[in-house]
Each structure stands twice: as C-alpha cells, then as structure tokens.
Design a protein around this ligand. Structure first.
Ligand SMILES: NC(=O)c1ccc[n+]([C@@H]2O[C@H](COP(=O)([O-])OP(=O)(O)OC[C@H]3O[C@@H](n4cnc5c(N)ncnc54)[C@H](OP(=O)(O)O)[C@@H]3O)[C@@H](O)[C@H]2O)c1
Length: 259
C-alpha cells in the first residue's frame, strides 16, 4: 500500500502539523474546541484563546494535557481588536512563533436592516473582521512558513436579513481572506471555511437545525467533524491559498435570502 501511495507522489508532501504552535481563537467551545482537539491529536501545541469562557478553556486544556499534549490558555477581548495582535505576540513570547492561526472567534447578534446602527456594525467589524486581520498581520510579522484559516459563513454569498451587521462583517473577512492570501504569499497560506447549518445557536437545540434542513440541497445538517475535516485539509494543502471551502450541504448555490 505504501508503495502505491509513494507512486502517486503523496508521501511527505503534506504540510506537517506536528510540533507547530496553533493559535485557535474562541477555542473554549463548539467549533473552536473541536478544531483545537483535532490539531492537538495531530501533535500541534495549542494556544487556546478565550474571551469569557475561562472554565471551558481550562476543561479543554486539561483534556489535551491528559492525553499528552500541550495547551496554554490566552484570554483576550476582541472588542478592542488590537488585543488580537497582542495575543499573537503573547503566544509567541510564551510558546514560540505561531504558524497555524485559526480565526474562529465571532459574535452572531440578531439585528435587521431597519434596526441596525453604526455602533453595532462597528462592533461586528471589530470582532469578526478586524481582530482576525490584526492577528494575521502579527503572525505574518514573524512567521516564515504558516497557514491561516478564517471562519466565514455560507451566508456571505447571500443576504441574511436577521443578522445584517454580522453579514457585513463576514463579507469583509471574506475579502480580507483573498487580500491576505496575496499579501502573505509565499510564506503563509490563507484560506477560509464557510460553514452552513452545523450547530444551532447557543440556547437552541436540533429542532432549529431540523426546521432549516429542507432549505439545504443535501436536506440535512453538518457536524463539527465536517468543519474539522475541512480545516485539516486546508492546513495540509501546501498548494492551496485564497480559497473558501463551503461546508454547507450545497446551500451556497441556492441564492437564498435568509429570513
Ligand atoms: N456554528 C455554526 O453552525 C456556524 C455556521 C456558520 C458560520 N460559523 C462560524 O464558525 C465560527 C465558529 O462558530 P461557533 O458557532 O462555534 O462560534 P460561537 O460559539 O458563536 O463563538 C466562538 C467564540 O467566539 C468568542 N468570542 C465572542 N465574543 C468575543 C470577543 N468580544 N472577543 C473574543 N472572542 C469572542 C467566544 O469566546 P468565549 O466563549 O470565551 O467568550 C465564543 O466561544 C464562527 O466564526 C462562526 O461565525 C458557524
């Protein structure tokens, strides 16, 4: 079997995760936690960022350490987005240069076009777009060989009328994803994942997902592992940059207005 794989020229060609410092923002729970755990299983040393969920971050760090891995916790509030650049420098001082950055932390507040205010748009831009860019710029200042993953949303292609400031901020991050891929090449690859229906918002259960599943071409919803698999693919894909991978059961093709 190894010989067949070797003939296809694949052995040794994937970008190696083992031993890298991986900073995952919003790592305490949900998608961030799942990505951090998977990277730790693959031998990355985890810098777990949290904002308010310190107990959950400690639970994550405990689990990684019990399994022989490395995890340190770094709290920071991205409402002041300069904190994201400072965070990368703190991780570097304590653990070493960050070479995997997962820009996962985000807010998802409900606000319609009629209700939206400039301060609310600015808050979404600070946390969901400017902070990831600050973190990426700080990483690029020192990293010679790295990868960045930005978490977008399948809705960047459409119009989400119930979360307009969120929608605008994710669109800005989508544009930054391409800009940064060009700015940081060839040292750092920059790619995005646009999840669709994966986890219900906090406080809601699977009935939320079941109600929306008929609007998805594949008629179902995804799991955290689908997002983790996409992240691992993009991290290891040494010839891929500036991409957005829609992990959404095909929903991005529907030209949907989200009510
Ligand atoms: N879940 C889905 O189905 C889905 C669908 C589409 C897109 N996405 C995107 O995928 C990513 C992960 O989704 P998720 O649902 O797992 O995320 P989430 O639970 O909504 O948020 C992730 C983390 O963001 C952190 N955060 C919130 N405000 C912050 C602030 N002011 N400063 C720093 N960090 C802050 C929180 O950290 P603390 O808990 O420590 O406060 C939170 O745990 C997000 O970017 C989201 O937009 C998810």
């Amino acid at each position: 079997m190894d010989e067949m794989i070797q003939e296809n020229g694949r052995l040794g060609e994937r970008w190696d995760i083992k031993g890298r410092i991986a900073l995952v923002t919003g790592a305490s729970k949900r998608l961030g936690r799942a990505i951090a755990l998977d990277l730790a299983c693959r031998g990355a040393r985890i810098a777990a960022h949290c904002a308010s969920s310190l107990d959950a971050a400690e639970d994550l760090a405990g689990k990684i350490r019990q399994n022989g891995g490395t995890c340190q916790i770094f709290p920071a509030d991205f409402d002041c987005p300069e904190n994201a650049g400072e965070l990368v420098r703190r991780v570097a001082a304590s653990m070493g240069t960050v070479s995997i950055l997962i820009n996962n932390a985000s807010i998802f507040d409900e606000q319609s076009f009629r209700e939206m205010s400039l301060p609310e748009i600015e808050r979404n831009l600070r946390i969901n777009a400017w902070a990831p860019m600050e973190a990426a710029r700080a990483m690029a200042a020192t990293c010679e060989d790295g990868v960045i993953i930005n978490l977008l949303d399948t809705r960047v292609l459409d119009y989400d009328r119930t979360h307009v400031p969120y929608h605008l901020s994710k669109r800005m991050l989508a544009t930054l994803n391409r800009i940064m891929a060009l700015e940081f090449a060839p040292r750092i690859r920059v790619n995005a994942i646009a999840p669709g229906l994966v986890l219900p918002p906090e406080g809601k259960d699977d009935s939320y997902l079941a109600a929306l599943a008929p609007s998805v071409p594949l008629q179902t919803w995804g799991g955290t592992q689908d997002i983790v698999d996409a992240a691992i693919y993009l991290i290891q894909a040494r010839f891929v940059t500036g991409q957005t991978l829609y992990v959404d059961g095909g929903r991005h093709m529907k030209g949907h207005v989200y009510e």
